[in-house]
Write a protein that binds this ligand. Structure first.
Ligand code: FES
Length: 146
């Protein structure tokens, strides 16, 4: 019980370089507070996020995953975020089908000028993942643990 009280979720956040990463940067330079639970992975575009990145994050011990890109119509590469949205819808359904809790993976849009929104998104995602507790479904175990 004491361990569970000390437990803090680890959340992989794949942020597109041109919007969401810049939004995170703005939140930081504006000194907007948000939970320190995210581990940012800067990607050129949300469309670059291969569904395998989400699976690998969960297998390697992340408790939640966030993918965030530019708003529709504002992708630096024109349609990368539309591709990301389609891929995300499929992977989210697939993960839920194999038993992963619905609140573990999230997709959102945050622009470079939305530092406040970025902080709110991180608060909301952290709250949802914390409520679910540590992820155990897809975590890869060594042979000695099986
Ligand atoms: Fe941001 Fe494509 S460059 S989603």
């Amino acid at each position: 019980m004491a361990d569970r009280e000390k437990w803090e979720p680890k959340i992989a956040a794949f942020l597109c370089n041109w919007c969401s990463y810049a939004g995170a940067d703005l939140a930081g330079t504006s000194r907007i507070q948000y939970p320190p639970n995210i581990r940012i992975v800067r990607v050129p575009c949300s469309g670059r996020v291969n569904p395998f990145f989400i699976l690998a994050s969960l297998q390697q011990g992340m408790d939640g995953v966030l993918v965030s890109g530019c708003h529709p119509g504002e992708c630096h590469y024109l349609t990368g975020n539309y591709s990301a949205r389609r891929k995300f819808a499929l992977i989210k359904n697939m993960l839920e089908f194999i038993g992963l809790e619905a609140g573990r993976v999230h997709f959102t849009w945050v622009s470079a000028s939305e530092g406040v929104k970025f902080a709110h998104v991180i608060e909301a995602v952290t709250e949802k993942v914390t409520a679910l507790g540590p992820a155990t479904r897809l975590v890869k175990r060594s042979c000695s643990e099986v």
